[in-house]
Design a protein around this ligand. Structure first.
Ligand SMILES: [Zn+2]
Ligand SMILES: [Zn+2]
Ligand SMILES: [Zn+2]
Ligand SMILES: [Zn+2]
Ligand SMILES: [Zn+2]
Ligand SMILES: [Zn+2]
Ligand SMILES: [Zn+2]
Length: 1756
């Protein structure tokens, strides 16, 4: 017995309204116990108290009280034990097989194209990931909200209806029915409790009294306490509501916003509390302020506080029930039973219907609760879903009408539930049979549409409301849902009901047949374009419904015939137009046509003919099934009247022709648009295609001559084909020619277009294949482009995948672009130039492509039609129009005009069409002759075409005309086709002759050219083919040779180009060298006494602006390189470090080894004169000032501009400073080496510096370096000693170069520190060194990740940029005060020199050594500065300075590496006992000693050596780059290749290092010893060694973009779990992934905006400031787009690196195909980042793509 309740504290606190003590429980079973009364009593007592503070509720407290006072006792009573324990047990005992998860807006849903019954069947992410469909062809989509997961619904899936989670027995506990079923006691209680609860909910939700409650609930004294309640609507904007509230209530903006947000979310909210009168007043005020000319006032009500409280609680009870439903099927069933129970003998609807009917009146919050309740109860129980559906259909009409007049979104309406029921096949069938749902829906349509009817009872949508019509579409959708699955089994009742529905549907079509008639405008242009969108939109909506109706009809022979007859009747009823007119007679070629006069160009015409087209659709189905033989039983031949059936579609086609002929110019764009959609893929199946079929029906049933006469007459071409003197009016002649072309084209289609099942024996696959072939004949196409050009069926499928591989081969995309399909060669023969779905442009493109292809294959250019498939018997008569008299007349007339050179009366296109018709005729005859004996073939095209008539007109036959045609010069292009036809004539002639020797063909053909029998002809053919093949091969070979040559040329040329400058330099150097010493192999060492010569190059550059050449010289005017300086975090080792956004107080002299943020300088490598650039920049400034309205891509204020040549974004220029060639006399150098040891060199420097200090001490105060006397024995040294090792006079720069030096340095300072420009700031030199070092590090990093050699592989732009940057950095010193540089130098040396400590010298582990190296080398010459003369070190001095400075930093770096990276005990053993290992070992002993044992001595030497060798590599590589660009000494060959071991040796040799690096310590031991001691004693080093702090390990990690999952749905999965960190509501969010650090952000949402420097920034923008120093790269997960942003104002979209299997990206996930990561593209993004090209990419994209100007990047 679980009696948990008795002692529970909650039970005690409840102050229960029901006895929960065991002894009292007995009375529960007492039948007299009136639950309902007690329940209501309790509610009456508690509810008004609990919900008293409506304006400012304490939600948690409220909920606590509800639980304690009402729900807990209720549950105790219901379950008979502690609710928590009971529900826990129930939960364990089993779950439903249905998932039933209800989707929120924006959630990703999955559908399986292989297994889903229709596309509305979807799975939630969880179920999908656990289902078999994961490996099928699935689609991903973003839910609009309101649907639910179909997992477990066996009717929704052809296979795999259950995921592993919902599979019975798979979820852990085996499903044992006995346990999960509720016991009888609880069932009994439920039956007693639920009705009262449900009744209360229903009563309160539909309660309409504002002031009163039902008597049972009125207990206390009525108090004058009211609320003024505002309801939401979709008409008023957010801002308008806020404004109205502020004005009406006089409240603050914040409060008004709060109200408005709540109203939008919940649907209503009390905005004021008080007495009745004051609330009433507020109500009027709000109404008054929200009303204006165009808008209704807001919906406001005054409600009594108690009413409000009970309504609120009713919803709470609703969600309580909702929760309960998920626990047990029994609860659900009892609930549903009660909801469906009708009061006996009452007409009143049951509970659930009551609520449904009230739905449109409920506020948003209430609807949500109601719909969720329906989902969790009815929709989880198949049987009750059916009952619910029946109720739904019962009230369908009323519900839809309510919805249409309502203004809420469809997802919030109960009508949106229709899809959940109508798409279930068994349910749909049941509803048709029992509830006649098709008729119900069509009648609903017929009742809501009449407001659009005109006086003729046709629809007319002029001035319609888009919103309202969209609501009507919802009803049309329902029809589609009901029809989506065709029944396999027909009952009489089903047949009857369906037919009834079909007839009802025909009534809608009747209102559409001939709607929105138009009349040709003559003389004057129409004033306003009429609305056409609505009518076309309805056509689009109806397209698949029409097709489905036809398919359903075709399921059953009887049904098809009945439907046909009904449809025929309907068409006839509509074909009354013009019956009043007298018939007229038309004669031609001895044939006559009697018809009622009608002219498309003068009488009204309509493009909307759904009835005629449905009839055509049914007709081909009759033909296909063979049922057509019984047609006469249902439609008598007299009634049939084929001329009348053809009439309207024909008019429509003529209208299209006349529009082409520009006869309808004055009717404006609306007609053009209609004609476009008429033939567009979205509509054509049920418009254009069916009209062609109707003409084919006509041609098959009418006399061919009469049919053609009708066509001639309707095209208004009767006169044109009589020998009547035509007019001289050029426009009319042109018009007439176009009309003839259009008509000939239609004739081609009528005879030739047979790819429709039922017209000929083709399958649906054949049809799709033919469409695809013709699309690919135009050009290779992407999968999505083909899909878009194919019609979709009711399941949004085109059938493309099934056939594409038969006709095309897939070609993969490269790093950009997309994959395409190419047509297979064997399909080329299917090409039909006059394919009826080609537009005019497609037609000429395809013709051009195909002719070109044939030419390339060395074949003739004839493109005859492919032999068409045979007509079905019902259509076989169509071919008769080919050989009838009128056709012959038409053909002959056109040919004659061409031959007689009446140039204005014919066109080449016309001739092409005539030739096409001729070919069709000959093909037909040939095919017939091949199939049956000659005498049986009555089709005598050959005979007719070769017959000569007696009249003057007939004096020549077609064949003769063809011969003459060959000689018409304008028709040169058609010659091959003419020849082909002549051959066909011959072939047919011989077939006729062969089969019957007696037949003598009277006509003599003019063609004697082709003789001989077929075999010789074949031989000729074969020969021709062989020759063509040989020619092709030959050509191929030549092409291959050519391209090889070309490649070689480019390669040599490239080398030439790249080496020009260098080679020149080399030659110069070599020549000089030779003259001096004759040593050819000069040294490739950059530092020290053995330093090799600089390869000085004479640079002559061309200015891209003025195109003049100039040699770069110190003394001439400056030339500059366009450049872009930006802050960068590309190398950071620690993204969590907070970056300072403004550098006002920053001291950038030392770079932290984390490299958190550096300043990168890049260049596009384009050179200008400084003066030219300045002029260009000023002109641009002027230009932009004049056009203020133009939004700027770049920020001129901050010096931004686009490179004039390549349009990259730049913000400064680098002056090009020539390298100073230096050579060392090795003898001198050796001599110096004798005396200038490291120790000596250090002494000299210290003396020099202290000398300066003494000098300067008098003046300002500065950090005096502290000296110790130790090691400074040599008093012979004095202040000037440094000069004795060689000086030279300083380099003199031209003033123009100096100016540029200052300008560029200031930009680096300004951008790098984000401060205002200041030319005199003391940090300018520091920033110069810093950007130089950082840029080199970036380039080294890039070369390494790309696996390229250190030298020789840089892009040109990188090479020239780096060269200019390093030379600039060396020269910049001269523009700053030397005292300043010295100060900086002293601080830098503080890190490197013993006995010499400046106050703020950072710890060894807090500095990046390469930055120090660059800075000391560049600042060192300042020590040579003397007041009187400008001096700098001589070459030899420099060589030593560089060597020692480099050695010192290297020693420091080795120490860094050893203490930070070689601290882990080895995981592997090695017996390496090399010299290096031994040196390392002894070095470690020292370190161990100096760190008092903190450094473990146990680490083996080989491991330390290994760490050092690996760790030091990037530093050495950077140093080599730096010294190379500084000094111009050629690097060793090994550095031009990639090789691990060779590289290390070469670097050491280039940089004058022993390969055993520890030897450096040994060599300088006396000098270095104190230094090492000092470094090791550093507190940070010690704390690091003790493991108390963490230092960067070397080599540093190479940054890359975060790892992305291969399957995109994994990302969507992650995103679905994303919760905004700032708000708790379940609103739709836009999760965005930072590709630098992997952070997931909540973008474009106010909740995550951040206030930075007084500006509101979106989550992305503010994240970017930290993560990427303003530049960042994000992936918008729900949209599958990459976003690049820079700063606050710029950004662009970039395709995500995910591709579907067709090699296409899917921005916005519109197509929803499975997506997979493309590594190459992701790598491209990575390079974009590491090459610092993001800004450039943004600028480029903004320039080409102006759409995003309006976008507020700041709030991203
Ligand atoms: Zn699910
Ligand atoms: Zn599932
Ligand atoms: Zn599947
Ligand atoms: Zn120039
Ligand atoms: Zn450029
Ligand atoms: Zn980030
Ligand atoms: Zn947020």
């Amino acid at each position: 017995m679980a009696d948990g309740a008795d002692g529970g504290p909650r039970a005690g606190a409840a102050g229960g309204w029901l006895p929960v003590q065991p002894q009292e429980r007995a009375m529960w079973y007492d039948e007299r116990f009136n639950f309902q009364a007690t329940f209501l009593q309790c509610l009456a007592k508690h509810v008004p108290n609990i919900y008293s503070a409506e304006m400012d509720p304490l939600l948690e407290k409220q909920e606590e009280m509800v639980q304690a006072a009402i729900l807990y006792p209720l549950e105790c009573y219901l379950f008979g034990e502690d609710p928590d324990i009971f529900l826990e047990k129930l939960q364990q005992s089993g779950t439903s097989q249905l998932c039933g998860k209800v989707f929120k807006g924006g959630e990703t849903t999955y559908s399986c194209r292989d297994c889903a019954v229709d596309p509305t069947c979807v799975l939630c992410m969880d179920c999908f990931q656990n289902s078999i469909h994961k490996n099928h062809r699935y689609k991903m989509h973003s839910s609009t909200g309101g649907g639910f997961c179909d997992c477990g619904d066996t009717e929704a899936w052809k296979a795999g209806p259950l995921c592993t989670k919902h599979e019975p027995g798979a979820s852990g506990s085996p499903k044992e029915n006995s346990e999960c079923q509720l016991n009888e006691e609880i069932m009994e209680h439920s039956r007693r409790v639920f009705p009262s609860v449900i009744k209360y909910i229903v009563d309160m939700l539909i309660w309409e009294e504002e002031k009163e409650l039902p008597p049972e609930l009125t207990v206390r004294e009525k108090v004058d306490s009211y609320y003024c309640v505002l309801f939401n609507d979709e008409h008023h904007s957010y801002d308008h509501v806020i404004y109205s509230l502020q004005r009406a209530l006089g409240c603050e903006l914040g409060e008004a916003q709060l109200h408005t947000t709540a109203i939008d979310k919940e649907g209503r909210r009390a905005v004021k509390a008080g007495h009745y009168a004051s609330c009433q007043e507020a109500k009027e005020e709000i109404k008054r302020h929200s009303e204006n000319v165009s808008q209704r006032p807001l919906h406001v009500e005054v409600l009594h506080a108690d009413v409000m409280a009970h309504q609120k609680f009713a919803l709470r009870l609703g969600s309580w029930l909702n929760k309960l439903m998920s626990y047990s099927s029994d609860f659900r069933q009892i609930f549903c039973q009660i909801c469906l129970k009708e009061e006996a003998g009452s007409e009143k609807p049951c509970f659930i219907s009551k609520l449904m009917l009230w739905d449109a009146k409920l506020h948003k919050g209430a609807r949500k609760v109601l719909h969720e309740l329906i989902f969790s109860s009815f929709f989880m129980e198949m049987e009750y879903k059916k009952h619910f559906a029946v109720e739904f259909v019962k009230y369908y009409k009323a519900l839809q009408k309510e919805y249409i007049s309502d203004d809420h979104d469809r997802v919030l309406s109960v009508t949106a539930l229709s899809v959940q029921m109508f798409t279930v096949p068994t349910l749909a069938r049941h509803l048709i049979e029992e509830q006649n749902v098709i008729t119900t829906i069509t009648e609903t349509l017929l009742e809501v549409l009449p407001e659009y009817l005109d006086k003729n009872d046709k629809f007319n949508f002029q001035g319609y409301s888009q919103d309202k019509l969209n609501r009507v579409y919802a009803v049309i959708y329902d029809l589609r849902y009901v029809l989506v699955s065709k029944p396999t089994l027909w009952t009489d009742r089903l047949r009857e009901r369906f037919l009834e529905g079909f007839i009802s549907f025909l009534r809608i079509l009747t209102c559409m047949q001939g709607m929105e008639e138009i009349k040709r405008q003559i003389g004057q242009h129409i004033e306003v374009d009429p609305d056409w969108e609505a009518a076309i939109a309805i056509q689009m909506q109806l397209k698949n419904i029409l097709l489905m109706f036809q398919e359903w009809c075709a399921c059953d022979e009887e049904l098809l015939l009945k439907a046909y007859s009904e449809c025929h009747k309907a068409v006839m009823r509509c074909s009354t137009n013009g019956r009043s007119r007298e018939k007229t007679v038309f004669h031609l070629c001895g044939h006559t046509l009697e018809s009622r006069p009608y002219r498309v160009s003068a009488d009204p015409v309509s493009i909307h003919l759904p009835l005629s087209r449905t009839l055509a659709g049914l007709h081909v189905r009759l033909s296909k099934t063979g049922t057509i033989s019984r047609l006469h039983e249902f439609v008598s031949p007299e009634e049939f009247q084929v001329e009348l059936l053809v009439e309207y579609p024909l008019r429509c086609l003529v209208l299209v022709a006349q529009v082409s002929a520009e006869m309808w110019r004055r009717n404006g764009l609306s007609l053009i648009s209609q004609v476009f959609y008429y033939q567009d893929v979205k509509c054509r199946e049920e418009m254009y295609d069916k009209d062609i079929i109707m003409l084919q029906i006509g041609a098959s049933l009418m006399d061919p001559n009469q049919f053609l006469l009708l066509i001639l007459q309707r095209y208004e071409l009767a006169d044109a084909f009589k020998k009547i003197k035509p007019t001289k009016d050029q426009d009319l002649i042109k018009q007439c020619n176009v009309l003839i072309e259009e008509m000939l084209q239609i004739l081609i289609y009528v005879v030739g277009e047979r790819y429709v099942p039922g017209v000929s024996n083709v399958t649906k696959e054949d049809v799709i294949m033919r469409e695809i072939i013709h699309l690919l004949c135009i050009e290779p196409m992407a999968h999505s482009a083909i899909t878009k050009s194919l019609p979709e069926n009711e399941n949004n499928e085109t059938g493309l995948e099934k056939v594409i591989d038969k006709v095309a081969t897939f070609k993969k995309p490269g790093v950009s672009g997309h994959g395409v399909y190419e047509l297979k060669d064997e399909c080329l023969k299917e090409f039909n130039m006059f394919f009826y779905h080609y537009t005019k442009t497609q037609h000429s493109k395809a013709e051009h492509t195909q002719k070109k292809r044939r030419k390339q294959e060395n074949r003739d250019e004839a493109l005859p039609p492919p032999p068409p498939p045979d007509f079905c018997p019902a259509f076989s008569n169509v071919v008769r129009i080919l050989n009838c008299d009128v056709m012959m007349h038409i053909l002959r007339t056109v040919l004659q005009r061409a031959v007689e050179l009446e140039t204005h009366l014919w066109t080449e296109a016309m001739i092409q069409m005539v030739l096409h018709l001729l070919s069709l005729g000959l093909l037909e005859e040939k095919q017939q002759l091949q199939k049956s004996p000659e005498e049986e073939v009555t089709f005598d095209f050959y005979h007719k075409a070769t017959r000569m008539g007696s009249s003057a007109l007939n004096a020549v036959n077609v064949l003769m005309l063809l011969e003459k045609l060959k000689r018409v010069p304008q028709l040169e292009a058609q010659k091959d086709t003419v020849n082909w036809i002549l051959q066909m004539f011959e072939t047919v002639k011989r077939m006729r002759e062969k089969s019957s020797v007696t037949t003598v063909v009277a006509a003599t053909s003019g063609s004697e050219a082709t003789k001989g029998d077929e075999s010789t002809q074949d031989k000729e053919k074969a020969e021709r083919k062989r020759k063509a093949e040989a020619a092709r091969l030959h050509r191929q070979k030549i092409m291959a040779q050519m391209s090889a040559l070309q490649r070689n040329f480019i390669e040599t040329h490239k080398l030439l180009y790249e080496n020009t400058l260098e080679a020149q330099g080399k030659e110069d150097a070599i020549m000089e060298e030779e003259s001096m010493s004759s040593a050819i192999d000069y040294s490739r060492i950059a530092l020290g006494p053995k330093r090799g010569p600089s390869v000085a190059e004479k640079e002559v550059l061309t200015c891209i602006l003025c195109q003049e050449e100039q040699e770069v010289k110190l003394e001439s005017a400056a030339m500059v390189l366009s450049a872009c300086v930006q802050k960068s975090t590309a190398l950071t080792q620690n993204r969590s470090r907070i970056l300072e956004l403004s550098g006002d107080t920053l001291d950038p002299l030392f770079m932290h080894p984390d490299l958190p943020c550096g300043t990168h300088t890049g260049s596009c490598g384009h050179v200008m004169h400084a003066a030219c650039w300045q002029k260009y920049f000023e002109a641009m400034q002027l230009n932009f000032r004049q056009r203020l309205h133009v939004e700027q891509i770049f920020d001129l204020e901050n010096g931004e501009y686009l490179c004039p040549l390549c349009k990259s974004l730049c913000n400064t220029v680098i002056p090009i400073v020539p390298l100073q060639a230096q050579k060392i006399n090795s003898e001198d150098a050796e001599a110096v080496a004798q005396i200038l040891s490291l120790a000596r060199w250090m002494e000299i420097i210290i003396v020099r510096i202290s000398g300066y200090s003494v000098k300067n001490a008098k003046g300002e105060k500065q950090n005096l370096p502290a000296f110790t006397s130790k090691g400074m024995g040599n008093s012979a040294l004095e202040f000037h000693s440094i000069l004795s090792f060689g000086v030279q006079s300083s380099v003199k720069y031209s003033s123009s170069i100096k100016e540029m030096l200052i300008l560029f340095a200031t930009t680096i300072y300004r951008v790098g520190l984000k401060v205002a420009p200041n030319e005199a700031d003391y940090r300018i030199p520091m920033m110069t060194w810093s950007t130089c070092a950082f840029t080199i590090q970036c380039i080294e990093n890039l070369l390494e990740t790309e696996g390229k050699p250190l030298f020789g592989s840089l892009q040109n732009r990188q090479h020239s940029g780096l060269k200019a940057l390093v030379q600039f950095a060396a020269a910049q010193r001269t523009t700053s005060p030397q005292v300043l540089i010295q100060k900086h130098l002293i601080r830098l040396l503080g890190v490197l020199l013993p006995n010499f400590k400046v106050e703020d010298t950072p710890s060894l582990l807090e500095v990046d050594m390469f930055h120090i190296l660059v800075a000391v080398v560049l600042s060192f010459p300042s020590l040579y500065w003397e007041d009187a003369v400008d001096l700098q070190p001589s070459s030899i001095s420099s060589a030593y300075n560089h060597l020692y400075l480099f050695h010192l930093t290297t020693l420091a770096h080795i120490t860094q590496i050893v203490v930070s990276s070689a601290t882990e005990s080895p995981t592997a053993q090695s017996s390496d006992n090399s010299e290096e290992a031994r040196s390392a070992q002894s070095f470690c002993r020292e370190v161990c000693q100096y760190t008092s044992g903190c450094f473990s001595q146990d680490i083996p030497g080989w491991l330390v050596w290994d760490c050092v060798k690996k760790g030091i590599m990037p530093y050495l590589r950077c140093a080599a780059l730096f010294f190379h660009y500084l000094l111009g000494v050629s690097p060793p060959e090994e550095l031009l290749q990639v090789s691990e071991e060779g590289q290390f040796k070469a670097l050491c040799s280039y940089l004058s290092l022993p390969t055993n690096l520890f030897l450096l310590f040994q060599e300088y031991w006396d000098t270095v010893n104190p230094l090492l001691q000092r470094w090791c004693a550093d507190p940070l080093v010690l704390s690091c060694l003790k493991g108390k702090s963490i230092a960067v390990r070397y080599p540093r990690k190479r940054n890359s973009l975060i790892e992305l999952p291969e399957d995109y749905s994994c990302l969507l999965n992650q995103a679905s779990q994303f919760r905004c960190p700032r708000s708790s509501d379940d609103e739709q969010k836009h999760p965005v992934l930072c590709l630098f650090c992997g952070a997931m952000l909540c973008s474009q949402n106010t909740c995550c905006q951040e206030l930075v420097n007084g500006e509101e920034l979106g989550a992305c923008t503010s994240h970017a400031l930290q993560c990427g120093a303003g530049v960042c790269m994000f992936l918008k997960i729900r949209e599958c787009k990459v976003v690049l942003i820079e700063g606050k104002t710029r950004g662009c979209l970039y395709p995500a690196p995910y591709l579907d299997e067709y090699g296409e990206t899917d921005p916005g996930l519109k197509r929803g195909n499975p997506l997979h990561l493309c590594q190459e593209r992701y790598r491209k993004l990575h390079l974009l980042w590491q090459q610092h090209c993001i800004i450039e990419e943004i600028a480029r994209s903004q320039e080409t793509n102006q759409i995003f100007f309006g976008f507020n990047w700041q709030l991203l």
